[in-house]
Design a protein around this ligand. Structure first.
Ligand code: NDP
Length: 257
């Protein structure tokens, strides 16, 4: 009985930014648990590469090009899938950008607005677009990629815009969960620590920071993408049927200290 509740057999799962990093791991986890997959990516090359990587693992994913900052495009995709008779029942709002190392007094208007546009507006546009169809179907699960940065202030690097954007995602999670519980739609988030993805590892400035991060982490290590994907799968599945409005730390204990 219990193992079956972790399956998402034939559910249509949409994963934004599902072509690489944490999003790709989430797609693989959901695929392994039986979901049909649609990944949304801004960059066609990343989208196709992600789809191919999933195919090698045996999961048949569809790639749709789209920028989550486009409310119109997100609505178009959600409506298209519903019109085709396969509305999404799982949405993973994973697409996001990270930017750090700029003190608040030096953050430009453009940097601030871009962060909010992708990390906050993007999550709202997608949740609203796909959520409407979930409400109509009276079932669905949304899992947002928050961050421990929505709770703590990272050090040594300043990153106020990112931290604020993730705090907004956490509260959007709780607000929508409270509104949509009556419609059978659950909304949760995961709040990871530093995960070994291109977002973190490709930034040369992070090489000097990693020692401090590990010192601040009870488990003394960075996370892996599959460790986030496992929590996302759990929240998306019926195994989490009584859980909504939760922001689940996936952080090696970072937020304990
Ligand atoms: P990556 O940069 O590795 O992957 C993010 C993906 O999202 C990329 O494929 C990227 O596309 C895509 N994307 C970015 N902007 C848009 C957009 N406007 N529309 C559509 N797709 C977009 O990031 P991670 O895998 O590391 O992070 C995934 C999520 O997890 C983010 O929300 C992040 O904030 C969160 N997170 C990450 C942590 C980490 O340590 N890595 C820790 C805590 C939270 P492209 O390749 O074209 O840029």
């Amino acid at each position: 009985m219990y193992q079956a509740r972790f399956r998402v057999e034939n559910e249509l799962a949409v994963i934004t930014g599902g072509g690489r990093g944490i999003g790709l791991a989430c797609a693989a986890a959901l695929g392994e648990a039986g979901a049909r997959l649609v990944i949304i990516e801004m960059d066609e090359q990343v989208g196709h590469a992600g789809r191919e990587e999933l195919a090698v693992k045996g999961y048949d994913a569809e790639f749709l090009a789209g920028d989550v900052t486009s409310s119109a495009r997100m609505t178009e995709i959600a409506d298209l899938l519903a019109t085709q008779g396969r509305p999404a029942s799982i949405l993973v709002n994973n697409a996001g950008i990270g930017h750090s190392g700029v003190s608040s007094e030096d953050v430009s208007d453009e940097q601030w607005l871009r962060m909010m546009d992708v990390n906050v507006n993007g999550v709202f546009w997608c949740s609203r677009a796909f959520g409407r169809h979930m409400i109509a179907a009276r079932r669905g699960a949304i899992v947002n990629l928050g961050s421990m940065s929505g709770t703590i202030c990272n050090r040594p690097q300043p990153q106020t815009p990112y931290n604020v954007s993730k705090a907004a995602v956490h509260h959007m999670t709780r607000s929508m969960a409270a509104e949509w519980a009556q419609h059978g739609v659950r909304v949760n988030a995961v709040a990871p620590t530093y995960i070994e993805t291109p977002m973190v590892m490709a930034n040369p400035d992070n090489r000097d920071r990693i020692g401090i991060w590990l010192h601040d982490t009870p488990m003394g290590r960075l996370g892996q993408t599959h460790e986030v994907a496992s929590a996302v799968l759990f929240l998306a599945s019926d195994a989490a049927s009584l859980i909504t409005g939760a922001v689940v730390p996936v952080d090696g204990g970072f937020t304990c200290w």
